[in-house]
Write a protein that binds this ligand. Structure first.
Ligand code: NAD
Length: 260
């Protein structure tokens, strides 16, 4: 479905050299959009990802390094590209600790990367979308944007915050053929989630399989991880004409987690 309907559009996906961001970039490229990949690193393999994506889908793809924890670099990313029809605010990090032990620099970094970056990129992208008369902003929130877990204070606060920012962005653009929505994934087995497994194994004295089954997927009634491709397909849907009147809302792709 939706083959090549994004020909001529430019999509910027923050935090897209792995995981969900890269999955979204693949699906947007398959639909014909030119892609800008981004992350904080500037390694040959980052540029190779862009080249592979371009060859696979026959679209222009470039990789632009920018640190989403810094306002000036968030704004600079969009300014440097100079055009933005589709903005996917996806960059994110995680830290797990009880509130009294939560390092304040981790709090600041999570709020900056997972929440403030979306404000800065959106601020620069919206005038470009207004000039083009069309635009799509998709914020990658989380089931933790709608519910909470202990020990994830900064992450839960940032993800609830981005759901709020999504609604405000939608209200400020509602009459301009620009939409803004949040996608709320449940657990997807990406590097971000992989990184949590060893500590959880130690904490609960469990095997890897037990952590996946009894801790992570315990809250996901489908008992399966969602996939990066499913996140990408959801974003592509939000970019389609079928979704033109969907704005200011959240779409959960979480195997039923937030229905509990
Ligand atoms: P990931 O670690 O694979 O991807 C995170 C991306 O953000 C990477 O490309 C990383 O390089 C980038 N990034 C980190 N710090 C950055 C910075 N300072 N500047 C620019 N880029 C930076 O993890 P993921 O699971 O694919 O996460 C992507 C998004 O999905 C995040 O916002 C995350 O909160 C959200 N999410 C993930 C899950 C899940 O289960 N994996 C669930 C809900 C929400």
């Amino acid at each position: 479905m939706f083959e090549r309907f994004l020909d001529g559009k430019t999509a910027i996906v923050t935090g897209s050299n792995s995981g969900i961001g890269l999955g979204i970039a693949h699906r947007l490229a398959r639909a014909g959009a030119e892609i800008v990949l981004n992350s904080i690193t500037d390694r040959p393999e980052d540029h190779a990802l862009a080249q592979n994506l371009a060859e696979e889908h026959g679209v222009n793809v470039r990789y632009v390094r920018a640190d989403m924890s810094k306002a000036s670099e968030c704004r600079g990313l969009i300014e440097q590209v100079g055009r933005c029809d589709i903005l996917v605010n996806n960059a994110g990090i995680q830290h797990v600790a009880p509130i009294p032990d939560f390092p304040s620099e981790k709090w600041d970094a999570i709020i900056a990367i997972n929440l403030s970056s979306a404000f800065h990129t959106t601020a620069v992208a919206l005038p470009m979308m207004r000039s083009a008369g069309w635009g799509r902003v998709v914020n990658i929130a989380s089931a933790h944007g709608l519910t909470a877990s202990a020990f994830k204070s900064a992450y839960v606060a940032a993800k609830h915050g981005i759901v709020g920012l999504t609604k405000v962005t939608a209200l400020e653009t509602a009459r301009e053929h620009i939409t803004c929505n949040a996608v709320c994934p449940g657990y997807v087995l990406t590097p971000l989630v992989e990184a949590q497994i060893p500590d959880t194994m130690k904490e609960y004295n469990m095997t890897r399989d037990e952590v996946i089954r009894n801790v992570m997927l315990e809250r996901q009634p489908s008992k399966e991880f969602a996939t990066v491709e499913q996140m990408g397909d959801t974003v592509v849907f939000l970019c389609s004409d079928a979704a033109a009147q969907i704005t200011g809302t959240t779409i959960s792709v979480d195997g039923g987690w937030t229905a509990l």
